[in-house]
Design a protein around this ligand. Structure first.
Ligand code: XMP
Length: 325
């Protein structure tokens, strides 16, 4: 078993050669820990769980079972990318669970942000535990815990489990091969494992997903509008020479007056937020070029039914948090 303390002698993994040697060491460590046992992994498609999945596939192949829960709050194209990269290209043993209706039914009419987060977290654990119960002979749970999670856990800031409550509920032994790595090292390892840049350099995306950007009580029509607008925001912002740390949009639960085809409409606004930060404790808004804002203001109302107005959130943190709720 590895310790939870990063040895001072451990080099910062910043070259393909260092990544390769880390990968070889971890393959040996994983094989010796799990033997011929089966390992379960909640694969969200985020950087950390994706790198752990790729590493485990290399180490133990079909002994790994990846479960991708689509809670209906993912961004456009995300579940498809997980299925393509892991199910098809890497040949993983992948269980894809479309639980969108289940989550959205539970969330119907719930407007309090913390209540929404609690429902999403609890439902995730239920869905995952149900899938685990269908599988036989699982003894291990792999997690994409990284070193900052351990440091924050030691400092009492947050529990280090990626999916809070899951290990306790399942009672499996943990496999955490990247737990001594910093985020930048996880990315170098991910690239060495052959994962696409769109996965390895993905911007942070909160666990509750689009749920906290479809403010108030989530409705399916507004969530679809948000998903479509978010895809346009990402497409346009990713054309910038320097891609911001995080960029997305919010579709709030109120409407404003507009005009479409010469007729009065009453549609939602879409609020674009792009920020840069080092540690997310303080963030600065990105000075988006006006021609980019012009394109967003033209494209989003033209391409997304239900949205007729585009705004830019230009507030630093503090006083505003990154997410709207
Ligand atoms: P805030 O809104 O607190 O966000 O300034 C700071 C960073 O954390 C992300 N975030 C979350 N991530 N679950 C997550 O996994 C959450 O509930 C959550 N809320 C915010 C946010 O996207 C930003 O990167």
């Amino acid at each position: 078993m590895q310790t939870d303390v990063r040895p001072e002698s451990m080099p910062r993994i910043n070259t393909p050669a260092l990544a390769e040697s880390f990968i070889s060491e971890q393959i040996a460590a994983i094989r010796s820990q799990v033997g011929d046992g089966k390992v379960l992994l909640a694969l969200s498609g985020g950087v950390d769980s994706s790198v752990v999945a790729a590493l485990l596939i290399k180490a133990i192949g079909q002994q790994l079972v990846c479960v991708h829960v689509n809670h209906g709050l993912l961004r456009k194209g995300e579940p498809e990318q997980v299925v393509r990269v892991f199910g098809e290209e890497l040949g993983a043993n992948l269980v894809y669970v479309d639980a969108a209706d289940r989550f959205l039914d539970k969330l119907a009419g719930v407007s309090d942000p913390e209540e929404k987060r609690k429902i999403i977290g609890a439902e995730f654990i239920d869905v995952f535990a149900e899938e685990a119960a269908k599988l036989e002979g699982i003894r291990f749970l792999a997690q994409g815990t990284i070193y900052p999670d351990i440091l924050e856990s030691v400092a009492g800031i947050k529990a280090h489990h990626n999916v809070g409550g899951l290990p306790e509920r399942l009672g499996f032994e943990l496999v955490e091969p990247v737990k001594l790595l910093y985020k930048d090292e996880v990315r170098v390892v991910g690239t060495a494992l052959g994962l696409p840049d769109s996965m390895v350099y993905r911007q942070p995306f909160p666990g509750p997903g689009l749920g906290v950007r479809c403010t108030g009580a989530i409705t399916r029509d507004r969530l679809e509008a948000l998903r479509a607008a978010d895809a346009i925001v990402r497409e346009e912002i990713e054309k910038l020479p320097e891609i911001p740390w995080q960029y997305f949009c919010v579709v709030p639960d109120f409407k404003t007056t507009g005009i479409r085809d010469g007729k009065r409409t009453f549609d939602w606004p879409c609020i674009v937020r792009a920020i840069n930060t080092v540690d997310v404790v303080e963030v600065t808004p990105v000075h988006l070029p006006y021609d980019l804002i012009d394109r967003l203001a033209a494209r989003i109302p033209a391409e997304v039914p239900g949205i007729s107005r585009v705004l830019v959130d230009f507030t630093p943190k503090p006083p505003a948090t990154v997410e709207w709720e």
